[in-house]
Write a protein that binds this ligand. Structure first.
Ligand SMILES: Nc1ncnc2c1ncn2[C@@H]1O[C@H](COP(=O)(O)OP(=O)(O)O)[C@@H](O)[C@H]1O
Ligand SMILES: [Mg+2]
Length: 382
């Protein structure tokens, strides 16, 4: 399935805008602040979660200068089978966005039956040298695009972890932490954590297989790993029960230390995604922004490969077509890699939305993409 139109109403800098598109690549070009990233963000909201800016729904409503609260907003797309997917808030400043499919309110998870947006942003240009938590969040998103249950495991885990920490902090202040309640939380953390670890390891293998299947790409190849005891157990073939028990025991042992530190120092939320630049045999974290970006793009293309029916060695059964959102993709990429990226997108027959300040950066796509000029809240195909 592909998008045939996008309509924005009071979304960010757009009062009202509409774009009709073909199924191939779309280049969005225009000066800084024109609204290019806003447009990608709009499409990224057609999947569960907070979108590519990790922003709150209340932030997204258009504000005139001086207005404190954003308006009610809506993003709507039509697909080539005429399905209409929409999201937005109905009252100004509402915190939770609603999702509509063909006009009916629907669970956000249902969007995954239609679209699987996958994105890369300039913030990821230093993904491998940035904070571990951001890297894990990025990876978890790759996991749950193919395995929606993973999002539930992670959210159950995080909620229980916050509650456990609150109890341990209370104990620190002299109030007795209820040991029965702590046991119950750690039981839940073990179960959800084990499920998450197993899902991560499965996704890692699928991604690595997709990377290895395309060693002819002129992007650096990465050997991926997950650095965390639960994932290592899963990798070694341990059963879910065993992993859950190990997490539970580790948490029970860490109570005093976590309470004193005011942080949760043990558990699969501390897992790290590692990547070795295969050719150089050096950790990706040492690479330049351009090198890290190329590694991230290769990882994103591997994700697309595994989510695609036509290209995949490890396609996800029944999965909706991925839509690629690349913010400032050409920046930091040398010409050879830029050309390779464009060729790859065309070869994969991908619906890709790419932004850049200059049209020239996309010269390699002339005649093979729709070019849209973005200027102060207006969209014009040129
Ligand atoms: N809620 C909002 N209401 C009105 N304008 C907004 C809102 N959020 C962001 N903007 C404006 O959108 C513009 C940035 O758009 P963006 O898509 O990031 O630009 P770029 O084309 O550089 O990617 C800024 O001028 C910003 O002030
Ligand atoms: Mg931008």
């Amino acid at each position: 399935m592909s998008l045939t139109s996008l309509t924005l109403t009071d979304f960010r800098s757009y009062a009202g805008a509409r774009l009709e598109m073909t199924s191939g690549p779309v280049v969005l070009h225009g000066p800084n602040g024109a609204g290019k990233t806003n447009l990608l963000e709009a499409i990224s909201l057609l999947t569960p979660g907070k979108g590519l800016r990790s922003a709150a729904a209340a932030e997204m409503g258009r504000r005139e200068p001086g207005e404190a609260t954003g308006r009610a907003w809506a993003v709507m797309v039509e697909l080539d089978d005429e399905t209409r997917l929409g999201t937005g808030v109905q009252t100004a400043g509402a915190a939770r966005r609603i999702v509509r499919i063909d006009g009916e309110t629907a669970q956000p998870g249902r969007l995954l039956d239609y679209l699987r947006p996958v994105w890369a942003t300039p913030e990821q240009d230093r993904l491998f040298s940035d904070a571990r938590a951001d890297r894990l969040k990025f990876f978890d998103r790759l996991v749950f695009a193919a395995d929606p249950d993973h999002a539930a495991s992670v959210s159950i885990y995080e909620k229980a972890l916050r509650e456990r920490l609150r109890l341990l902090n209370d104990a620190q202040d002299g109030r007795e932490a209820d040991p029965v309640w702590l046991d119950a939380l750690e039981l839940r953390l073990g179960e959800a954590g084990a499920r998450a670890a197993i899902a991560r390891v499965a996704a890692l293998h699928a991604l690595q297989a997709a990377i290895d299947s395309r060693s002819d790409r002129p992007f650096p190849q990465a050997d991926l790993g997950l650095d965390g005891p639960a994932e290592q157990m899963a990798e070694a073939g341990a059963e879910e029960d065993e992993i859950a028990a190990a997490i539970r025991e580790g948490l029970a042992k860490a109570r005093a230390r976590d309470g004193a530190a005011g942080r949760s120092l043990f558990g699969p939320h501390r897992t790290d995604l590692t990547a070795l630049h295969r050719e150089k045999q050096r950790p990706a974290a040492e690479g330049s922004s351009g090198e890290q970006k190329a590694l991230v793009l290769n990882l994103i293309l591997a994700q697309i490969t595994r989510l695609s029916d036509h290209a995949g060695t490890v396609a996800v059964a029944g999965a909706a077509r991925p839509v690629l959102l690349l913010d400032e993709a050409p920046a930091h990429l040398d010409e050879r890699r830029r050309a390779a990226l464009f060729d790859e997108i065309v070869a994969l027959d991908l619906q890709a939305f790419m932004t850049g300040t200059e049209r020239d950066l996309f010269a390699g796509l002339e005649g093979r993409a729709q070019f849209v000029r973005v200027a102060e809240g207006t969209l014009e195909t040129d």
